[in-house]
Design a protein around this ligand. Structure first.
Ligand SMILES: [Zn+2]
Length: 445
């Protein structure tokens, strides 16, 4: 747990664009609806997404954006003027359009516009400030016993945790536009209600998240923590080189996010990826879901710590104790982690067989325990499905413990990129009435 870590703003120097940067943006273009206001809204989002897709190291010019998106330079100039006024982008020095072109002014997302990423988990809370490029600018977390807690008191607690984050934003002149909150449970498709979170003992809970950021233009949206962490992995982690993978989230609960063709697969009801409740032993222990023998009862953090005989609290102290015990080769600890790896391997065989997913990214405590858990996991894969998943296809996350928070923030950034017209006050400019959009897609924000 940390009391607040500040990360520096990026350098303000001009950057140079490259040929090809805009092709990526063009490929991510949106279909334009018919009405004039809708067309202008669509084009505004198209131009903004073009700038975002170029990334923080590149700064496309108006001419490049026009060419890449099939728009006139005059139209792009007008849209860019609105985006600059909204504060979402900034101009950045002179930039040459290839060898023959006149120098143009580069455009970049404004690093002083940001969103909040939040996470409620069974044993901790976390909050972070994330700029529009997905860079974590400030992070804080604290231990909390949220299992069985009153949801309103948890929201109050996370509201307190938010204070240093808001201060960090204020200190750097950063305006917060929205936010995302990852929770260890199933969330309805509108991102408003927790349908079920067995490890929190919450069911049909609607959190008053709007009160967390009352001044923000975009709502705070709820998301499942494993799905959010998988998206963070896709956008900012291992997934940048993978198109198809399963991300396994190891917390007190075990969850998974399935990424297929660079899109999160959530199933028709949005509940896919419940790897923690795949049955790996028909006579196994009772599970919080009401079933028995689920993966979580062997590989959840609490299950591993109990099996290792490590009883101290809080959980972070116990995790340190577990790592010490593993380094010292203590029998109970080694056996507990080997068992977790073995059963995790069994569940992954089923997941990979059903979904035809060629790679696995292990997050949360599975990443921390990687050196000890991987040999048993690998043996399990070789015994039950030889050749299905090679050892190099099973990777450890590099996003530390902030993946879920980053993914929740990335979802909020996505909403902003889809609907920048919300931030432009003059409806008279032809964008129609501002309606906040909460739709989620998985194109990189
Ligand atoms: Zn279960």
């Amino acid at each position: 747990m940390d009391e607040g870590k500040i990360f520096p703003l990026p350098a303000m120097e001009a950057v140079v664009t490259k040929e090809g940067a805009m092709e990526t943006a063009a490929r991510r273009g949106v279909a334009l609806p018919g009405r004039v206001g809708d067309v202008r809204r669509g084009n505004l989002a198209l131009v903004l997404k073009g700038i975002a897709a170029a990334g923080p190291g590149l700064a496309p010019t108006r001419a490049q954006l026009a060419a890449a998106n099939g728009l006139t330079k005059a139209s792009v100039s007008s849209l860019v003027a609105d985006l600059i006024e909204s504060g979402l982008i900034r101009e950045l020095g002179l930039n040459r359009d290839g060898e023959r072109g006149r120098p143009g002014v580069g455009l970049q997302l404004n690093p002083q516009r940001a969103v909040i990423g939040l996470e409620i988990n069974v044993d901790y809370l976390a909050a972070g400030l994330v700029d529009l490029n997905g860079a974590l600018r400030f992070h804080t977390s604290e231990e909390a016993q949220n299992s069985g807690a009153d949801p309103r008191s948890v929201i109050k607690q996370i509201s307190r945790l938010l204070e240093p984050v808001l201060k960090a934003a204020g200190d750097t002149g950063t305006q917060i536009l929205g936010g995302g909150l990852a929770v260890p449970g199933l969330v309805d498709s509108a991102g408003r209600t927790i349908v079920s979170a067995p490890n929190l003992h919450w069911s049909s809970v609607t959190l008053e998240v709007r009160d967390l950021l009352p001044a923000a233009a975009f709502d705070v949206l709820l998301s499942n923590e494993a799905n959010s962490a998988a998206l963070a992995e896709l956008w900012y982690g291992r997934g940048r080189e993978l198109h198809d993978f399963v991300f396994v989230s190891g917390e007190v609960g075990v969850g998974a996010g399935l990424v297929v063709a660079s899109e999160l697969f959530v199933g028709p009801q949005g509940y896919a990826g419940e790897l923690g409740h795949v049955v790996v032993h028909p006579d196994g222990p009772d599970c919080s879901c009401g079933g028995r023998g689920c993966l979580e009862t062997f590989a959840g953090l609490e299950a591993i710590l109990s099996a290792a005989g490590i009883a101290a609290s809080p959980v972070s102290v116990r995790l340190t104790g577990l790592l010490d015990a593993l380094r010292n080769g203590e029998g109970h600890a080694v056996t507990a982690v080997e068992n977790a790896g073995r059963y995790l391997g069994l569940a992954l065989v089923s997941a990979a067989r059903i979904m035809d997913l060629p790679a696995v990214v292990l997050g949360g405590h599975f990443a921390l325990l990687g050196d000890w858990i991987r040999p048993a996991l690998q043996r399990s894969l070789e015994i039950h499905a030889p050749g299905l998943l090679e050892s190099e296809s099973v990777m450890l996350s590099t996003l530390d413990q902030s993946a879920a928070l980053l993914g929740a923030a990335g979802g909020a950034i996505q909403s902003i990129l889809e609907s920048p017209h919300v931030l432009i006050p003059a409806a008279a400019r032809g964008y129609g009435s501002p309606v906040a959009c909460s739709s989620r897609t998985t194109a990189r924000p």
